[in-house]
Design a binder for this molecule. Structure first.
Ligand code: IPM
Ligand code: MG
Length: 363
C-alpha cells in the first residue's frame, strides 16, 4: 500500500519524539512492504521563525495532498507575549480546521507495568480503559466575537462558545460508533446547569443516541466528571465532550496512565472516497521547552499516534496492533524514559524509539 505522510515536527520535544515515530513508521513500512513517501513541513514556532506565520500556505497545501499528517507539538516561550496571530498554537488550530478534523480521539488506558507511575492508588486505576472523544473544530476555541477591546476606561476580553446542531451530531455519531466496538457506553460531558451551549449539546447527543439503541448513554456535568475521573476511572468507556472541556479532561486523564508522554491522539475528519479517514496524528503532550534538546522526552505518545494512523487512515489493523504490542513490550522491559520513573537509569528518547523498532522486528 502507498502511505503518503506529511510530517510536521513543530517545536521543542516535538522534533525529537517525531523523529522516533517516523523511525517506527519506516520500520513498519519495510516489514510489511508498504511504500512510504514522507514530506516535511513547518508548523508552529519554527514556522513563525522561518516564514513569519505559524501555518504557512505551503503546509496547508502539503497536508491536503497527504493521506495523513503526523505532528509533534507546537509552542515556544519566546512567543508567550506575541499577538494572537503570531502564536505557534494558532498554527495548530489552523491546521485542525483546514483539515476539518472535528473528532479528537484520546485513548486513556493503564498498562500493568506502569501502575506504580500513576499518582493514584493502583487498585483505583488498574483496568482503566477509556477513550475521550473531544470535539476539535468548534466551541470557544473558534467562536466569534473574540478579542480584547478598550472600552472607555475599561478593558474587556470576550470569547464565544458556539455550537451548531450539525457540529454536535457528527462528533456524537463518531463517539457512538466507537462505543459499538467497545463496552457500548457513552458518557457525554457538559455544563448544562449553566450554559445554553451545553443545553443544546445535551439535547442533540440524546437525540443521536436514539440511532444507537444498543449503546448506553449517561450525562455528567464537567466538574463532576473531573472528580469521577480520579475517583472511579474504570466507570468510563467513551467520554464525549466539547472542545475546551475535552482539552482539560484529557490532561487529567493522561496522568492516570502514568505520564502524559504516553498518550497518543488521532484527529479524524470525514471519510475520503477511498474509505480512509482524513487524519492528523499527534501526541497529547506539548512541546515541553524545559526538557527540549536533551534526548529525554518520552516518544511513546508519538509512536502510539503512528499506530492510530495505521489503523484509522490506512486501515492497517495488523500493523497498528504490532506497534501497540511493541510499546507494551518496551514498557514491560523497563527500558523507559525518566517521566515513567524507571528503577534503573532512564533510557533516552532515541533508545526507546529503537527498542520499539526491535520489538516490531521480533513480532
Ligand atoms: C492540546 C493542546 C492544544 C489545545 C494547544 C497547544 C493549542 O493543549 O492539543 O490539547 O488546546 O488543543
Ligand atoms: Mg491540551
Amino acid at each position: 500500500m502507498q502511505l503518503r505522510v506529511l510530517v510536521l515536527p513543530g517545536d521543542g520535544i516535538g522534533t525529537e519524539v517525531t523523529r522516533e515515530a517516523v523511525r517506527v513508521l519506516g520500520r513498519v513500512a519495510a516489514k510489511w512492504n508498504h511504500e512510504l513517501t514522507l514530506t516535511e513541513g513547518l508548523l508552529g514556532g519554527i514556522a513563525i521563525q522561518k516564514t513569519g506565520t505559524p501555518l504557512p500556505d505551503e503546509t496547508s497545501r502539503l497536508a491536503a495532498e497527504a493521506d495523513a499528517t503526523l505532528m509533534g507539538a507546537v509552542g515556544l516561550p519566546e512567543f508567550d507575549n506575541a499577538p494572537p496571530d503570531k502564536r505557534p498554537e494558532k498554527g495548530l488550530l489552523g491546521i485542525r480546521r483546514a483539515l476539518g478534523v472535528y473528532a479528537n480521539l484520546r485513548p486513556v488506558r493503564t498498562y500493568a507495568s506502569l501502575l506504580d507511575s500513576s499518582p493514584l492508588k493502583n487498585h483505583l486505576v488498574e483496568g482503566t480503559d477509556m477513550i475521550i472523544v473531544r470535539e476539535l473544530t468548534g466551541g470557544i476555541y473558534y467562536g466569534t466575537p473574540r478579542g480584547i477591546t478598550e472600552d472607555g476606561a475599561e478593558t474587556r476580553a470576550v470569547n464565544t462558545m458556539t455550537y451548531t446542531r450539525s457540529e454536535i451530531e457528527r462528533v456524537s455519531r463518531m463517539a457512538f460508533h466507537l462505543a459499538r466496538a467497545r463496552r457500548k457506553k457513552v458518557t457525554s460531558v457538559d455544563k448544562s446547569n449553566v450554559l445554553e451551549n451545553s443545553q443544546l449539546w445535551r439535547r442533540v447527543v440524546t437525540e443521536v443516541a436514539r440511532e444507537y439503541p444498543d449503546v448506553a448513554l449517561d450525562h455528567l456535568l464537567v466538574d463532576n466528571c473531573a472528580m469521577q475521573l480520579v475517583l472511579n476511572p474504570r466507570r468510563f468507556d467513551v467520554v464525549l465532550t466539547e472542545n475546551m472541556f475535552g482539552d482539560i479532561l484529557s490532561d487529567e486523564g493522561a496522568v492516570l496512565a502514568g505520564s502524559i508522554g504516553m498518550l497518543p491522539s488521532a484527529s479524524i475528519g470525514d471519510q475520503r472516497p477511498s474509505g480512509a479517514w482524513v487524519g492528523l496524528y499527534e501526541p497529547v503532550h506539548g512541546s515541553a521547552p524545559d526538557i527540549a534538546g536533551q534526548n529525554k522526552a518520552n516518544p511513546l505518545g508519538a509512536i502510539g499516534s503512528v499506530a492510530a494512523m495505521l489503523a484509522y487512515s490506512f486501515g492497517l489493523k495488523k500493523e497498528a496492533s504490532a506497534v501497540e504490542a511493541a510499546i507494551e513490550a518496551v514498557l514491560a522491559s523497563g527500558r523507559v524514559t525518566a517521566d515513567l520513573q524507571p528503577s534503573g537509569a532512564p533510557a533516552t528518547t532515541e533508545q526507546v524509539g529503537e527498542a520499539v523498532c526491535v520489538a516490531i522486528e521480533r513480532s
